[in-house]
Design a protein around this ligand. Structure first.
Ligand code: GLU
Length: 295
């Protein structure tokens, strides 16, 4: 094909400004940046700041500083999710109109108590791939008028996907192309299992969109062709594929990369001060040292 006619591949690094970037982020950013360069593609940076209880402008500024210090250049303007809440709301409305979303009233504490009561009888309550118990689905059977009534009542609620109903909309199983590997080394064409997640949250009273919804809408809107991210999000891809199908959005390719463990062997978190990029910088390490450490 004439390369001038083929569309460029689009990669994105999508951190949340809820802490300083660590070595795992450096790996993700380098991989996205380098693959984009290698393929003559584009490298985008997206700020995933819908969780206003944890994200701050100071951490956002620090992301720009850390990435620039690492020697990475991204396109401007940077997309910031909190600037586009109306778009996630539109997507949610479309799913609601089709009866695929219901308002869920149980708080985290109430869900925990319901699960504990159930498991006290020696039975096993289903859990998602991250270990979180599935929502009991108390309001799933409400009519659309009943659902609307809760919305209009002003009672605090989350909006959840009716997973059973959503899966019933599929005429074939969902899959995705994986060029990296999952936690068990899965690669190639992967069968997606969104049911494993139960009725996922699509928005909460204090967060107008969930990560799943915003990431799916934004990847499509930005024309992302290649999602390169940590293996901790491998199983979440099943939910993203389902939402893409329901919302009529294109399917990117996926590459899940290894996670960098901390000194204690556990997954790095943003509170791991000693593996923060800034800590290495202050200790006199160079961007080349960071590259050598993670790649
Ligand atoms: N914002 C997510 C994070 O900080 C990454 C989302 C993604 O790459 O799909 O872990």
């Amino acid at each position: 094909m004439n390369p001038l006619l083929s569309k460029p591949r689009i990669f994105r690094f999508a951190p949340s400004p809820n802490g300083r970037l660590h070595l795992g982020h450096a790996l993700s950013a380098f991989l996205n940046h380098d693959k984009a360069r290698e393929k003559g593609g584009r490298f985008l940076l997206r700020i995933e700041d819908i969780d206003t209880t944890r994200c701050t402008p100071e951490f956002e500024t620090a992301i720009y500083e850390d990435l620039a210090w690492l020697g990475l250049a991204w396109e401007n303007p940077v997309r910031r999710q909190s600037d586009h809440l109306d778009l996630y709301r539109d997507a949610l409305d479309r799913l609601f109109e089709r009866g695929l979303v219901y308002p869920a009233l149980l708080s985290r504490g109430e869900i925990k108590a319901a699960v504990a009561r159930f498991e006290a009888e020696g039975k096993q309550w289903p859990r998602d791939p991250d270990g979180t118990p599935h929502y009991p689905g108390t309001e799933r059977t409400l009519s659309s008028a009943g659902r609307r009534e809760i919305l209009d009542s002003g009672r605090p609620h989350a909006l959840r996907l009716d997973m059973g109903n959503a899966i019933a909309q599929l005429d074939a199983g969902l899959s995705w192309q994986e060029t990296g590997a999952g936690p068990q080394g899965e690669t190639g064409l992967i069968a997606a299992d969104p049911a494993a997640w139960g009725d996922v949250v699509l928005s909460r009273s204090d967060a107008p969109s969930s990560y799943h919804l915003a990431v799916t809408v934004d990847d499509a809107l930005q024309g992302v062709t290649d999602v390169v991210r940590g293996r901790d999000l491998f199983h979440a891809t099943a939910v993203h594929r389902l939402l893409q199908h329901l919302l009529g959005l294109p399917e990117p390719g996926y590459h899940h990369h290894r996670l960098i463990p901390g000194a204690d062997g556990r997954k790095l978190s943003k509170s791991n001060g000693d593996t923060g990029i800034v800590a290495f910088r202050e200790a006199g390490r160079s961007p080349g040292d960071i590259r050598a450490m993670v790649l």
